[in-house]
Write a protein that binds this ligand. Structure first.
Ligand code: GLU
Length: 504
């Protein structure tokens, strides 16, 4: 179906549509339907609207489009707001914060749509359609059989006034349809350039108001964008095909439309489509797996463009303020946005580093790690004081990209006594070593290392063998960080406690 439709869309080279953006402060919106969780694509749309508003001193609005009540998922509005807040995308107007153009939930605006549908009925741009579901199904079935594009045949457009009156009197249910004209509407897409399309080629007159009194997406979307004084609509490219239809509705009201820009599809690094079933497409999933908000935000912008690209520049983590300062709508690419998961890890590592340098944020990071340690090792015996955890974090930051890695086997030695029953131990030697280490005054990496070298010589053990044994004693692992490095990290007390616990 899509391929049929797309054939009639005419693209013309991108002109500098941005230059035509008016100089007033923009009002933009993110208008999700509460049908489930916030996915990466939704966050991208919200984020780009937010950055655009922030970069131009404008207003970012959240509007809930819940006119399809059958698809509504309980709790999803709250989850959506929580995910946006987590990501640092702040709404200036919306159901959670109010504002002078509310209500911001479409199901609370039904009288407004009623009022506006009357205007279109009165000026002859819309009409009541009494066709039954059964008739529409037959039309659809026949068209498919004949390999035609299934579309409504606009029959009720031609009902007489008397017919209409009679049917209303008889209580026949009806919807309201828009009279499509065969104008080829065109607009300058802020991202794709010129778009022109004649909606009536592939569609019958679209429904604006359903028989249950709810508006359709197209109608409510146009009415609300106008009443909420939206200046720019940035949304996913899947809506591009609808924009010319929206323009016809704007015309019917005699309203000036906002400017439109459509964001390309987000795809995997190999160009394949992201599937909603893929778990990590959910913002919540990223959060649960230890991705920090600013890392996710940077990851999205790395795929989506909108910034000057400095060739050869590695990943530079930008704060929300940096992103807003550097954002340029005409730098958004119209090619599909390819995600590169390696960059997500890199962004997260950089974000951990950034947070560690900030006194307030580092306290939160330490608390998070402390609770992860306690959850993972409820019987832990070791030091999880703020100072120690921070030391470990500073050491670990070049080796990990998520805090969660620090409570996996590889780094478990930092928090628990290793279980290493199967290592061969020379207990006498270990006792000697305990005495030796106890006397060591400076417990830094170099002095520990020098001391161990000397100890191996004095006791006639090969240095690599001593190291192998000590590594197993300290971490229960065959490989990992250097022994002196580990001892330094654990601190004298902990290092000795471990050696003592196996030398008994
Ligand atoms: N409710 C639509 C959605 O779920 C909004 C599309 C638009 O931004 O116009 O994506």
């Amino acid at each position: 179906m899509w391929s049929l439709v797309i054939k009639h869309v005419i693209y013309s080279p991108k002109e500098t549509a941005y230059r035509t953006i008016k100089s007033i402060a923009p009002r933009v919106r993110f208008a999700p339907s509460p049908t489930g969780y916030l996915h990466l694509g939704g966050l991208r749309t919200a984020l780009y609207n937010y950055l655009f508003a922030k970069s131009e001193n404008g207003t970012f609005i959240l509007r809930i489009e819940d006119t399809d009540q059958s698809r509504k998922v309980e709790g999803s509005v709250l989850a959506l707001i929580r995910d946006l807040e987590w990501a640092g995308v702040e709404c200036k107007e919306g159901p959670n914060v109010g504002g002078k153009y509310g209500p911001y939930v479409q199901s609370e605006r039904l009288p407004i749509y009623q009022d506006h549908i009357t205007k279109l009925l009165d000026n002859g741009s819309a009409y009541r359609c009494f066709c039954t579901e059964r008739r529409l199904n037959i039309l659809r079935r026949d068209a498919i059989k004949a390999q035609r594009v299934p579309k409504y045949d606009n029959r009720c457009r031609f009902l007489s006034d008397q017919d209409i009156k009679d049917k209303i009197k008889a209580g026949t249910p009806y919807c309201v349809r828009f009279k499509l004209t065969s104008d080829c509407m065109s607009f300058e897409d802020l991202i794709y350039g010129g778009i022109a399309y004649d909606v009536s080629l592939n569609e019958g007159d679209p429904v604006l108001m359903k028989s249950d009194g709810y508006p359709t997406y197209h109608f409510a979307n146009v009415v609300d964008d106008h009443l909420m004084k939206i200046t720019h609509v940035l949304r996913g490219v899947e809506w591009q095909i609808s924009t010319t239809k929206h323009l016809l509705i704007y015309n019917a009201f005699g309203w000036e439309p906002p400017q439109f820009g459509h964001l390309p599809l987000i795809v995997n690094s190999d160009g394949t489509k992201l599937s909603k079933r893929q778990n990590d497409v959910k913002v919540e999933e990223y959060r649960n797996k230890g991705i920090l908000p600013l890392a996710l935000v940077n990851y999205i912008t790395l795929a989506g463009g909108g910034f000057d690209h400095v060739p050869g520049e590695g990943v530079r983590l930008k704060t929300m303020d940096d992103l807003a300062d550097e954002f340029q709508i005409d730098k958004i690419s119209s090619n599909p946005s390819r995600l590169n998961p390696d960059l997500l890890e890199e962004c997260n590592r950089l974000e951990i580093k950034r947070q560690l340098k900030n006194p307030e944020l580092s306290v939160q990071l330490v608390r998070k790690l402390q609770s992860l340690i306690l959850e993972t090792y409820p019987d832990q015996k070791f030091n999880v004081t703020e100072d120690h955890v921070k030391t470990v974090l500073n050491w670990a930051v070049s080796r990990i990209s998520r805090l969660e890695e620090l409570v996996t086997n590889k780094f478990g030695f930092l928090w628990i006594l290793p279980t290493n029953e199967d290592i061969e131990l020379d207990k006498e030697l270990l006792h000697k070593l305990i005495n030796n280490l106890q006397r060591l005054e400076t417990f830094d990496e170099t002095s520990i290392k020098d001391n161990l070298k000397l100890f191996s010589k004095e006791n006639n053990v090969k240095f690599p063998e001593l190291m192998k044994m000590l590594r197993a004693v300290l971490s229960g692992l065959n490989e990992g960080p250097g022994v002196a490095e580990m001892m330094h990290l654990l601190g004298k007390d902990q290092a000795l406690t471990r050696i003592k616990s196996v030398a008994r």
